[in-house]
Design a protein around this ligand. Structure first.
Ligand code: GLA
Length: 412
């Protein structure tokens, strides 16, 4: 009987749709997008409001010529300040001086390179940069982005007085659904309304913190708001790993690699930790002028493979000795990634007895790490060298503010 009633109800709801019930909304995101953490580039960290179509095209060109595309980077994301005005019907247009060819032409250019294009808007009346926000224009804006063939939208949270985050983001996801083009939705609400609790079916990634600041270990106080160095952002990821997985990622903000404030070893530690966290890898530097050192960090395929592993499990913090932390990330094929992070200003000598450190990842993957049962060889992902196996105690040194990142490869 129950089955019959639900069958009748189901057929009634189908009827409602098939008769062109245009008020029906679907408040869930497009499924099967961003099944591994999105990889790309975004204009904000380096260029802030100083964006135009030439810059964006140059970055697309450089993404290809630098080897970034081959390493897996796909999205070219334009952040704040691309906007011009709305027309008399409310449709948004790009700034005609900065984007004279229009967004569709720019999208065509980026697509012709085998890349994807992202854009930025805001749930409030204005963006953080004071440009037109999407509040009240959600469906029009989503339709416009779909017509421009946009692939990714970062949706910010400035000027949202009186709005509730979950509802506001659901409205926008419904608008994207209605517009009919599968678009990745990046929820940029800074973590204040626990997006990890409601974001899974609404967006594909959600910011977990306020903005990153271009330093390894500091807090920048802007008065009404604070921005956080890489280590402060890392600390704010505690407790969140259970919310992440394929199609729905914690986003600890875009990379500062290559932006000049971090030393090469700090850049390496920052990048490695974002890889361990299964974080989106969105470069934020000038791809055109980056030096070899930066390129080496951003295109390290072995480290990227850890980030892009299909199991999609965020690393767990196994040990916290203050300035020295150890992280484990289980991988799809039974291997593990292990990171020994030295946050200190002094170098760190340590030993690690694999045999004395068996555990099960009860919280998320249920994977068992037990070197009594399974031996692994140790590959240093920054030198490419095989540095032994888990049958021996590891003795190593990590320089100041640097990382030893290993892939533990199963031996037979
Ligand atoms: C907010 C976001 C940043 C950036 C700026 C743009 O601060 O968190 O990532 O998009 O707005 O104004």
């Amino acid at each position: 009987m129950k089955k019959l009633i639900s069958a009748i109800l189901l057929s009634m709801s189908f009827t409602a749709f098939s008769q062109g019930n245009n008020y029906a909304q679907d408040y869930t995101k497009y499924q099967r997008l961003a099944m591994t953490p999105p990889m790309g580039w975004n204009s904000w960290n380096k260029f802030a409001c100083n964006v135009d179509e030439n810059l964006i095209k140059e970055m697309a060109d450089a993404m290809v010529s630098s080897g970034m595309k081959d390493a897996g980077y796909t999205y070219i994301n334009i952040d704040d300040c691309w906007h011009g005005d709305r027309d008399e019907k409310g449709f948004i247009h790009p700034d005609p001086k900065r984007f004279p060819s229009g967004m569709k032409a720019l999208a065509d250019y980026i697509h012709s390179k085998g890349l994807k294009i992202g854009i930025y808007s805001d749930a409030g009346s204005m963006t953080c940069g004071g440009r037109p926000g999407s509040r009240g224009y959600e469906f029009q804006d989503a339709l416009t982005y779909a017509q421009w063939e946009i692939d990714y939208v970062k949706y910010d949270w400035c000027n949202t007085e009186g709005l509730k985050a979950e509802g506001a983001y659901k409205t926008f996801t419904a608008a994207l659904k209605k517009a009919g083009r599968p678009i990745v939705l990046s929820i940029c609400e800074w973590g204040g309304n626990q997006p990890w609790e409601w974001g899974k079916n609404v967006g594909h990634l959600w910011r977990t913190t306020g903005d990153i600041y271009n330093c390894f270990d500091c807090i920048k106080d802007h008065g009404t708001w604070k921005a956080f160095g890489t280590m402060q952002i890392l600390d704010k990821q505690e407790g969140l790993r259970k919310y992440a997985g394929p199609g729905h990622w914690n986003d600890p903000d875009m990379l500062e690699v290559g932006n000049g404030a971090l030393t090469p070893n700090e850049d390496r530690a920052h990048f490695s930790m974002w890889a361990m966290l299964a974080a989106p890898l969105i470069a934020g530097n000038d791809l055109k002028t980056m030096n070899e050192e930066t390129k080496k960090v951003l295109t390290n395929k072995e480290v990227i493979a850890i980030n892009q592993d299909k199991l999609g499990v965020q690393a767990l913090k196994y040990k916290d000795e203050g300035e020295f932390e150890i992280f484990f990330k289980p991988l799809e094929n039974g291997d593990w990634a292990v990171a020994f992070l030295n946050r200190d200003k002094a170098s760190k000598d340590f030993t690690f007895d694999w045999k004395a450190n068996s555990f099960t990842d009860e919280e998320v993957s249920k994977k068992v790490f037990d070197t009594q049962k399974q031996n692994y060889k140790l590959i240093d992902l920054w030198t490419g060298k095989n540095i032994g196996t888990t049958s021996k105690v590891l003795t190593a040194k990590v320089p100041s503010r640097d990382i030893l990142m290993l892939r533990l490869v199963k031996t037979k």
